[in-house]
Design a binder for this molecule. Structure first.
Ligand code: PMP
Length: 404
């Protein structure tokens, strides 16, 4: 294999205490490892600054509330939201999409309306819409893919009708790494009067995102894929949409006034944040955003593009490996070895201290479309380098020897 990457390595691995020397962690699309500044922010929040938010009259709680809301403002700036009030804190992308389905979907959609998804969606951008179908008789259409695994927007354009009220698509496929032209998808959706929800889970860690420039209506992502903590994530919605949305969960913090005669609700985003929030999650996400912003999302994108190019060319040179997805995939390479189950590939690579994901990646319709049960997937982060690609390729050469 070639030994030169076309871009300078980021050299960040020393920031990640959970990545020991010699371990090639290639499962960032599942969850990213955490840099020391994120760990420090979380530790400091629990060990030093901890208190509840929004309720306490004492100084410590006021400071924590300030930090919690500063995180919301940081997220808004990071993704180009119009205002911090458009940022709803949730448990993750899954909860964000379910919230839109159960709140916006149940009130804004009616029987006979249609939703457009695509063949490469993660289950969390399929099943919430199917659950919505139990209450509202909407139809779901599925945009096909191009031969190299991108959402086929020409085909989608021909399928869209004025009955479509929502288009919900992944910005970057968690299996194929293919990148959506969000601006075009937004123009197509808006052209028929539909809103566009973008699942940004795999995009936010890999490229600059400006939701207003992209022109979408909702954008969701999970903190843990962005080098932040688990159990935390973001729903961004245009204010005009959030204002129309009723709460799905009731409890503390989301009310205006409660009485047995009738309760009124707070304005967004509080309306959607019932109960004591994941306070430390917000602070961890703030630190994670500071971390990636300091490196620069353009630099991260270029770095991962170089790793993908190197991986695709090296794996492609090995006999009997089938590569999925487009040449220019964002940080993610799925592959299969003829006659070898991806789980066996994963196990053998693990013996060589290479951690990949093997399975259906919560994208069973895509697996069926590809004609496989599962794929092996290598996905990159800021800490990966040439040595990880070389370890993967050596591991795959061993797979080939073992299976003849
Ligand atoms: N969408 C995509 C594209 C994903 O990769 C994932 C996580 N694998 C999700 C949604 C769901 O994210 P979470 O499990 O953090 O809610």
């Amino acid at each position: 294999m070639s030994t030169l990457l076309s871009t300078r390595p980021l050299d960040t691995v020393a920031d990640f205490p959970a990545i020991p020397a010699g371990w090639a962690y290639l499962d960032t699309a599942a969850t990213a490892q955490k840099p020391q500044p994120v760990i420090d922010a979380i530790t400091r929040a629990y060990a030093q600054d901890y208190a509840t938010v929004h309720r306490g009259v004492y100084q410590r709680s006021a400071s924590m509330t300030y930090a919690f809301e500063a995180a919301r403002e940081r997220v808004a700036r990071f993704i180009g939201a119009g205002a911090a009030d458009e940022i709803v804190f949730v448990r993750g992308a899954t909860e964000a999409i379910n919230l839109v389905a159960q709140s916006w979907g149940r009130t804004q959609l009616k029987s006979g309306d249609r939703i457009m998804l695509s063949m490469l969606e993660h289950h969390s951008n399929i099943v919430p819409w199917q659950i919505l179908q139990r209450d509202v008789d909407v139809a779901i259409d599925v945009a096909p893919l191009t031969a190299d695994g991108q959402i086929d927007l020409d085909a989608m354009a021909a399928m869209l009708t004025p009955r479509h009220k929502l288009v919900a698509l992944a910005h970057v496929s968690n299996v194929l790494g293919s990148m959506l032209d969000v601006e075009r998808a937004a123009a197509l959706a808006h052209g028929v009067g539909a809103a566009l929800l973008v699942d940004g889970c795999q995009a936010v860690p890999r490229m600059p995102v400006d939701v207003q420039a992209l022109g979408c209506d909702f954008y969701v992502f999970s903190a843990h894929k962005l080098y932040g903590p688990t159990g935390f994530g973001v729903l961004w919605g245009k204010a005009e949409h959030l204002e129309l949305m009723p709460p799905v969960q009731g409890g503390g913090a989301m009310i205006d006034k409660v009485s047995f005669a009738g309760t009124t609700f707070a304005a967004p985003p509080a309306r959607f944040e019932a109960g004591t929030p994941h306070i430390v999650g917000a602070l961890g996400l703030h630190a994670a955003i500071d971390y990636v912003d300091a490196i620069g999302l353009d630099a991260i994108h270029a770095h991962e593009a170089a790793l993908v190019a190197e991986t695709r060319s090296a794996l492609g040179a090995l006999n009997s490996i089938r590569l999925f997805g487009p040449e220019n995939s964002a940080g993610i390479v799925s592959f299969a070895v003829e006659g070898v189950h991806p789980h066996d590939v994963g196990t053998i690579l693990d013996e060589s201290r290479v951690a990949i994901r093997a399975g259906h990646h919560c994208a069973q319709p895509l697996m069926e479309h590809l004609g496989v049960e599962a794929t092996a997937r290598a996905s990159f982060g800021v800490y990966n380098g040439k040595q990880d690609v070389e370890a993967l390729v050596r591991g795959m050469e061993r797979v080939a020897r073992i299976f003849g």
